[in-house]
Design a protein around this ligand. Structure first.
Ligand SMILES: [Fe+2]
Length: 211
């Protein structure tokens, strides 16, 4: 007769632990977002291959001898209110080379991903700033899409998501149809590049995190 209350207590404790665990998972996964499907993201897991504590706010993506025009992208990341700086946000970038290909030298060592070898991670500093040194990518051959740099965001205590690619205003594939298709995640990714005076390019983009 005493076994029943013990069983009930054990079940209650187990259910409580389960609920707590689910709440912890949901807390990270389900931060309210005004954008449906924000967390549906192929490739976002790459953001979690590095932790913010181990990263600098600046990163160089390609190997030193990678052919292409030098490009430096920089800006500030803001909280969804658009005014407060967002520190410790991991940004993961990857892109094609200057011929439009994702070339990989060792996909096994990189978890089987096929993002190509021009990739890198950074974490925004206390002022939310970031800086990426890379080369200007080219459009995929025969795909009709603009040259682009993919960027994924991992905020502290939140699941990762992607934002609009970095693309370039002078690209012939930036058409009115492309502009209309922009999701504007993190704000527009269409950049007006300026010459750096040494044959390379500078691009500025401030990012606003998603609600
Ligand atoms: Fe791509």
């Amino acid at each position: 007769m005493k076994a029943l209350p013990i069983l009930v207590l054990a079940f209650a404790l187990s259910a409580s632990a389960c609920a707590q665990s689910t709440q912890q998972e949901a807390g990270e996964a389900d931060r309210p977002s005004s954008r449906p499907g924000l967390y549906q993201c192929d490739g976002c897991e790459a953001t979690e291959e590095r932790s913010a504590a181990d990263l600098d706010w600046r990163v160089t993506l390609p190997p030193e001898d990678e052919p292409g025009e030098r490009l430096v992208l920089s800006g500030q990341v803001f909280m969804p209110d658009g005014t407060r700086a967002a520190p410790n946000v991991v940004l993961y970038f990857h892109q094609t080379n200057a011929e439009g290909y994702y070339r990989s030298i060792n996909s096994t060592a990189r978890g089987g991903r096929s993002d190509g070898m021009i990739e890198g991670w950074l974490a925004t500093n206390e002022a939310g700033r970031y800086e990426v040194t890379t080369i200007k990518p080219a459009p995929y051959p025969d795909a009709g899409l603009p040259a682009h740099i993919h960027v994924y965001v991992k905020e502290p205590e939140r699941r990762p998501y992607y934002i609009d690619d970095f693309v370039f205003e002078d690209d012939p594939y930036i058409t009115s149809a492309y502009r209309n298709r922009q999701q504007l995640r993190g704000g527009s990714g269409i950049l007006d590049l300026t010459p750096d005076g040494e044959g390379g390019w500078l691009g500025h983009r401030d990012l606003v995190l998603e609600w």
